[in-house]
Ligand binder design. Structure first.
Ligand code: MN
Length: 130
């Protein structure tokens, strides 16, 4: 399945374009927003197959957005990957502990990133029991 919709929440224009182009080249559909607040709204309305959540965002941060998405019956089952510039062990630990389905550090490593996204969507398919 490669026509799945992926929601990108990223405030940096360059990163947003990079991720969008990369995912489109792999056959995915994308929708991108620049704030967590917009991300919450789009996630509820569009029901993406996966969310890529930047952690450092203006106003609401990605960790807070994650908790709200998980607390909402409309979005609680959508897998969420944290995308963060920080590879500090404490930050990664917090991302894992809070319950993100995966994380990707910036700058994005193309092959790893594509494999992570694909793995996440394939898992979801197999969990649905075909
Ligand atoms: Mn950011």
């Amino acid at each position: 399945m490669t026509d799945e919709l992926i929601l990108i929440v990223e405030d940096n224009a360059q990163n947003r374009k990079l991720v969008r182009d990369l995912l489109k080249s792999q056959g995915y559909r994308t929708v991108d927003v620049t704030t967590a607040e917009e991300g919450l709204e789009i996630a509820r309305v569009r029901q993406p197959s996966l969310i890529l959540m930047d952690i450092h965002l203006p106003k609401m941060d990605g960790l807070t957005a994650f908790k709200l998405l998980r607390g909402d019956p409309l979005t609680q089952r959508i897998p969420i990957i944290a995308v963060t510039a920080s590879a500090m062990p404490d930050d990664v630990k917090e991302i894992i502990e809070i319950g993100f389905d995966g994380y990707q550090t910036k700058p994005i490593h193309v092959k790893e990133f594509v494999a992570l996204v694909r793995g996440m969507l394939d898992d979801r398919d197999s969990n649905r029991g075909q």
